[in-house]
Design a protein around this ligand. Structure first.
Ligand code: NCD
Ligand code: ZN
Length: 402
């Protein structure tokens, strides 16, 4: 007997009516007829579809000394409200995540408090001997910031030999002082591309310009381990629109670009040129945004409905936000298929307006304020159990992906 059967319109390679049968947290059958008796049944309505839950490779959960910006609890509840059941946390915490001991503390904090499964990026340590401890403590990757890029080649080699992946924030540090121009990204991307080998595994975080994307795409033909991550705000927002809506709070790294650039980025998106859709959920208080120019926006609650509203492309969303990032982390998630984890999202076609005051995240500033979206997350399941529904959350044990 199954624990749960879900019946309705399901995305399992194509969108079609199906029965999804679940036992012990795992999808065991996807069929056009009921596969057998189930202890419970979830019947979707005509406006609803079932898709795999998302994996967000780029999230800043803060907490520790920055709990006023976000905590693991608020950040991961925000993830669930957006249909995300795995997040990869970023290491620019305070203190910065650059030792095995701190990675261990971070893993423990997330095990205790997170509402979703997680993976951890570490920062490059002062001594390369620390890399092994960082890996053993549970980090899966190193994240390099602009000041780390001069050491890129050495770090790539040493991280690789410890089994750590690598993600880079590609903007040239020296050029950033003169304003964050699109060229600063292109220069850094070209420098990195000049230093990778044919088997290097390097993920370009939040690429913001079509020029930089074209440079990576050209190299990818012979270097299959290069991957591109893109953020919602570089695809679906531009600097002028954001300035008109939220003024100086528009700051984000890399910056928002021109309308022509975001149009070009959407062209590449549609052609399937990008590997991962990731939020760069970077929460700040309104005060820090306005008085310190703190860069970044919350993205977890909007990313999925926004993508579908702007593209209407369920297969592309499921590939870039569910299947590919889960495969990258090595989790059995992101597909509605036998043997995959029953982490699922019930979406509905329903109109709602972005009101940051209603966010679960502590961060309330977004350039998408006031936009009407046409898809909404109704319910989220993790391992076959409902963990989010109508604003209510249930915490399940959070697992580390490594
Ligand atoms: C990041 C943050 O707030 O942690 N902000 C951002 O705009 N992406 C840090 C950064 O990348 O500068
Ligand atoms: Zn970031």
């Amino acid at each position: 007997m199954f624990d749960l059967a879900i019946h309705g319109r399901v995305y399992a390679g194509e969108l079609a009516e199906a029965w999804v049968s679940i036992k012990d947290g795992v999808i065991v059958k996807v069929s056009s007829e009921p596969a057998g008796r189930a202890a419970a049944t979830l019947e979707l309505d005509d406006a609803q579809i079932l898709i795999p839950a998302a994996t967000d490779l780029h999230v800043h959960l803060r907490d520790w000394t920055q709990a006023e910006k976000e905590t693991v609890e608020t950040g991961t509840k925000s993830a669930l409200a957006g249909g995300v059941t795995t997040v990869a946390d970023m290491p620019n915490t305070v203190p910065k995540l650059e030792t095995g001991e701190l990675v261990e503390a971070r893993v423990q904090l997330l095990k205790d408090r997170s509402f979703v499964d997680f993976a951890i990026h570490a920062a490059p340590p002062a001594e390369s001997a620390e890399l092994r401890k960082i890996r053993r403590a549970g980090a899966f990757a190193l994240k390099l910031y602009p000041p780390d890029l001069p050491s890129f080649r050495g770090l790539l080699k040493r991280a690789g030999s410890e089994g750590l992946k690598m993600a880079v924030h590609a903007e040239d540090e020296k050029m950033l002082a003169a304003g964050r121009s699109p060229e600063a990204e292109l220069v850094a991307v070209r420098k990195i591309l000049g230093e990778v080998g044919p088997r290097s595994q390097v993920r370009f975080a939040h690429l913001s310009t079509s020029e930089a994307a074209h440079a990576v795409l050209a190299k990818k033909q012979s270097h299959a381990g290069l991957t591109i991550e893109v953020a919602p705000h570089h695809l679906f927002m531009d600097s002028r629109t954001s300035m008109a809506r939220i003024g100086e709070a528009s700051r984000v790294n890399p910056q928002l670009r021109s309308q022509a650039n975001s149009r070009a980025m959407r062209g590449l998106l549609k052609e399937g040129c990008f590997d991962f859709y990731a939020t760069d959920h970077a929460p700040h208080t309104l005060k820090d945004k306005l008085t310190k120019g703190a860069p970044g926006f919350p993205g977890l609650e909007l990313a999925l409905p926004l993508f579908l509203t702007k593209t209407e492309d369920v297969p592309l969303l499921c590939r870039m936000f569910c299947e590919a990032p889960a495969a990258y982390l090595g989790t059995r998630k992101g597909k509605i298929s036998p043997g995959y984890c029953a982490d699922l999202v019930v979406l509905s076609r329903r109109r709602w307006r972005v009101d940051p005051e209603k966010f679960v995240s502590k961060a309330r500033v977004t350039p998408f304020v006031g936009e009407e979206l046409r898809f909404a997350v109704d319910q989220v399941l993790m391992r076959g159990s409902t963990v989010y529904r109508e604003g209510g959350f249930v915490r399940h044990p959070a697992l580390l992906a490594r």
